[in-house]
Ligand binder design. Structure first.
Ligand SMILES: [Zn+2]
Length: 238
């Protein structure tokens, strides 16, 4: 002869298992997302370092080109000065003065650019060890996460199997007349198809219940919330 358990107690035990199963499933679904987030962190740390290396390379190339240009501009400047010294025609002298002025502007611009590039190269060089350190740290964190995630996954799978077993053991105790309604609710909203009652209030929708309903719930009868339709029960530790 199977042991009779009052519906309110059956549903309270069922709800406990459904919530635990839901939590295990959520935890198991979270793990791959957390892993992806860790992998993304590593990818962006590596990108930051690669971007800095690229910037450094480009800045060095440009610095070299600017130094070559500066040499050419200085040579040009000297050539114009010589030509001006030798010029007897005032028109030629004036034309050379214009050339000298525009060369001077180019020289200033090139010198300024070289200074900017030197600063940029110094700053980027200084950043690279930090960026490399960040990659190392993120790699170590990823490795730790992978190890921990594997054992966490095993734990959660173990717990999940345990709670599914407990649910399978208690579900046959649902009174036949409420079985269909329970299964329908479970299929639709799983752990959200039941709710406990605390101080005459449905803890899911926060609506008050009648005194008569409260009495029935305290007697562990089958009662559903008139507002949200959930199966109600009084909390307990059994
Ligand atoms: Zn409710």
């Amino acid at each position: 002869m199977s042991e009779e358990i009052a519906p309110g107690i059956v549903f309270r035990r069922i709800h406990r298992e459904l919530m635990a199963i839901h939590q295990c499933n959520e935890g198991l679904e979270r793990l791959p997302r957390q892993l992806k987030a860790q992998q993304n962190r590593l990818a962006s740390a590596e990108k930051a370092k690669n971007d800095a290396s690229d910037l450094l390379k480009k800045a060095k190339v440009e610095q070299h080109q600017s130094e070559v240009s500066l040499k050419q501009l200085n040579a040009l400047n000297e050539k114009y000065l010589r030509q001006q010294d030798e010029a007897s025609d005032p028109k030629v002298f004036t034309a050379l003065a214009h050339e000298l002025a525009s060369t001077k502007i180019k020289i200033d611009e090139t010198e300024n650019r070289i200074l900017e590039l030197m600063t940029l190269i110094d700053e980027t060089n200084a950043k690279i060890p930090e960026l490399e350190k960040a990659i190392g740290k993120t790699k170590a964190e990823l490795a730790t996460f992978e190890t921990e995630a594997a054992s966490k996954k095993a734990d959660l799978e173990g717990l999940l199997a345990e709670h599914k077993g407990k649910l399978a053991a208690i579900e046959p105790k649902v009174p036949a007349e409420h079985s269909q309604g329970y299964l329908r609710g479970k299929k639709a909203t799983f752990q959200d198809s039941l709710a406990s009652v605390v101080e005459k209030t449905c803890t899911a929708c926060q609506n008050n219940i009648t005194t008569q309903m409260q009495n029935e719930i305290e007697n562990h009868r089958f009662v559903t919330c008139k507002s949200c339709g959930r199966i109600l029960y009084i909390p307990g530790n059994d």
